[in-house]
Design a protein around this ligand. Sequence first.
Ligand code: 5GP
Ligand code: MN
Length: 344
Amino acid sequence: MVLVPESLKYTKELAKLFAGSDNILLISHINPDGDAIGAQLALFYYLLSTGKTADMIAPNNLQEFLKWMDGADKINVFIRQRERCKELIERADLIVMLDFNQSNRLGEAEQLVLASKAKRVVIDHHLNPDNYSDLLISDPSACSTSEIIYRIVTELNGSPFIYRPYAEALYVGIITDTGNFDHGSYSGDTFRIVADLLETGIDKGKIQNLVYNNFSSDRMRLMGYALNQKMVIIPEFQTAYISLSKNDLKTYHYVKGDTEGFVNMPLSINGIVFSVFFVEKDGFVKLSFRSKGTFPVNEFASRFFYGGGHLNASGGEYPDTLENTVSYFLKILKENFGNLNNIN
Ligand code: 5GP
Ligand code: MN
């Protein structure tokens, strides 16, 4: 018996929705990462190839290292183009939400999307999705939403869809969500998909350079400062954290995306299983959580920091100063590390 992957169970239903819709809108999540944008662009190009028209919205700006992608300039950024985005949401008859499992990840677009008359579809790989769609295609066994899009599009197309910007977008989604095949639930199937993508002739060296080797010298120095001056290790809780203030970012001429990956670095320390990155925003603190092994950062994020994500990679936020957020975190850590570390 051939098992149908979770993501292919609803392809027929999705095909009907595509066929019956004239104004399809694809929306990624706030602070869109390589997977959200990769999945969005890939589905966009596939829909165009079938003669459909589609529009794209991201709740806020793309990170610098994603802006080179073909079609990235066609993504409407909600916080910069509110009126245009409002129009697109209102006239949509199908809204496809990519790479998130809670509607608040739509940011300022949330209320408009939820109030829209359009049919709503979610395509995602996070655990425990909320119920905010008419059709939910959720497959947490996939390493990325991009992997799911590859499967669905291949099924809909009857064979792999061959088009360079499509393959590049999916490749970016897969390498960024797995940290170049370092973490996340990648599988043999992921490699088979990557093999197909590479065989279409995309230049993996070029993509690697554009995504990972294209930062400013300031970013490198910010990383050095973060590791040397700002990383705190708490051996009794196998935890390390880094916190950066707005002032720190200003000193190093921060641009969006510069702190990407910082949270992963302390996990390379022997004995550290939990890593946290704090960054000060206007009126709140954004947190990123990573773990190795069974420490459930998604639970930590959802219980204490209004967030969520995957077992080993999650995020959240806290509406207080950087200093108070770090103190609150330390208190929560002390009270909960033992329990959470042992539940699995
Ligand atoms: P990052 O730390 O790279 O921002 O996010 C890691 C993972 O956590 C991603 O899968 C992302 O979707 C999820 N995540 C990040 N921030 C939030 C948040 O504020 N709320 C929720 N629910 N998930 C988040
Ligand atoms: Mn993802």
